[in-house]
Write a protein that binds this ligand. Structure first.
Ligand code: GDP
Ligand code: MN
Length: 368
């Protein structure tokens, strides 16, 4: 479970990791005084708020309330803003990146840090990211923290601060069963390192061990909630290709291959193992609500029979009057019948993923 920035920062405070002074409000009127410059930050369970107008500055009470009102009205990647964190504005000399995560391939905690922070870590070149695997039996040791501080270019007092933050962050991660604790940016402000942002993910299965952590109901977008209520594993994304696939693994692979072809998925939807025309048809309802430019269906038939899926797709096309391109990859049980049914209705259907995605790309680029 993802924590809000203010929840993560409360944990940071508890573990002696420096954070700016601040408070959370749910209504602009709850801001009573503004002492000097402040930063107002939308509390949503998604990143990139800076770029979406979710992080703004104010220098007096009226301005702060006005901006709070504006921020409460925006939607960030489908997330409505219900709360705002008001903090003392930092004067930032430099932004760094620091995180601890569970590295699945080595099955151990791992430190990731970079002198280039404040941007998405995915956009930082590999050679500027330092990674260090922590042996879980030995845990984080001061010499590891010092070595990483040196790599980060910290000296003297700042190096000591960085080591302390890292040691404390590790304790937090282990004691709260976190899968990720991220500080982006960790900033140098007035000669001190301070966590200007927080991202904490707690292992959902371990939540019962942490009764002090409030459960977040807002993790899902309204559409995600609607789809999950109807029984679909559905996640909204930034792109424009709607996706319906079966099995979490194949669905993930579908997203990867789309990206490989330069296309961006609008959603993740795992149909699961089903042999129902109705369930297949209704999956389109939620994907269509996300307003994609095209839809890719990727089914490997087993329990889910290809002819059943084909019937569902045809039913959806008629019932929902789908006008955007739909391309289907169907293989597995009853694949020939399934593809034939689709082709008779003029729907592109192929046995392999590459042809399906290449065709979709051609259509979207107006080449077909
Ligand atoms: P995110 O975009 O959702 O990750 O939100 P962040 O909390 O990381 O804020 C985005 C950016 O806003 C940071 O990288 C900083 O450049 C800037 N920012 C945030 N807080 C402050 C602050 O107190 N002072 C200044 N000058 N910039 C800030
Ligand atoms: Mn950030």
């Amino acid at each position: 479970m993802n924590l809000y920035e203010y929840q993560g920062k409360a944990l940071f405070r508890k573990y002696g990791i420096p954070v700016p002074d601040g408070f959370v409000v749910f209504d602009p009127e709850e801001i009573k005084t503004v002492d000097g410059d402040v930063v107002l930050k939308a509390q949503v369970l998604t990143g990139g708020r800076g770029k979406s107008g979710g992080v703004k500055f104010a220098s007096n009470l009226d301005e702060a309330r006005k901006i709070a009102r504006e921020i409460l009205n925006i939607t960030i990647k489908g997330h409505k803003v219900h709360a705002i964190l008001v903090e003392k504005k930092l004067s930032i000399e430099k932004e760094y990146y620091l995180s601890l995560l569970i590295d699945r391939s080595s099955r151990s905690p791992m430190v990731m840090c970079s002198p280039e922070g404040g941007v998405e870590i995915e956009s930082v070149p590999d050679e500027k990211i330092f990674k260090y695997r922590i042996d879980p039996d030995i845990g984080m040791q001061p010499f590891i923290a010092r070595m990483l501080a040196e790599k980060m270019g910290f000296k003297g007092e700042i190096s000591k601060q960085f080591s302390d933050i890292l040691m404390n962050l590790y304790r937090l991660m282990r004691e709260y069963d976190a899968e990720l604790v991220e500080i982006n940016p960790l900033v140098l402000s007035d000669g001190k390192l301070i966590a200007a942002d927080s991202k904490v993910i707690i292992d959902t299965d371990a939540l019962y061990r942490h009764p002090d952590i409030e459960e977040n109901k807002e993790e899902k977008t309204p559409l995600e909630r609607e789809a999950s209520m109807a029984g679909y594993a559905f996640i909204e994304m930034d792109g424009d290709v709607g996706v319906i696939a079966n099995g979490a693994g194949l669905t993930m692979a579908t997203l990867d291959v789309l990206l490989l072809y330069g296309l961006k998925p609008r959603n993740f939807l795992d149909l699961g193992g089903t042999d129902s025309v109705e369930i297949t048809k209704n999956a389109f309802k939620y994907v269509l609500k996300a307003e994609p430019r095209a839809i890719l269906v990727n089914i490997f038939g087993g329990v889910t029979k290809c002819d059943t899926v084909a019937k569902g797709i045809i039913a959806a096309k008629e019932e929902f009057n789908i006008q955007i391109p739909v391309v289907v990859r169907l293989s597995g049980v009853h694949e020939d019948e399934g593809r034939e049914m689709l082709r008779q209705k003029g729907i592109h259907a192929y046995p392999d993923m590459r042809t399906a995605i290449q065709t979709l790309k051609n259509i979207m680029e107006g080449k077909e």
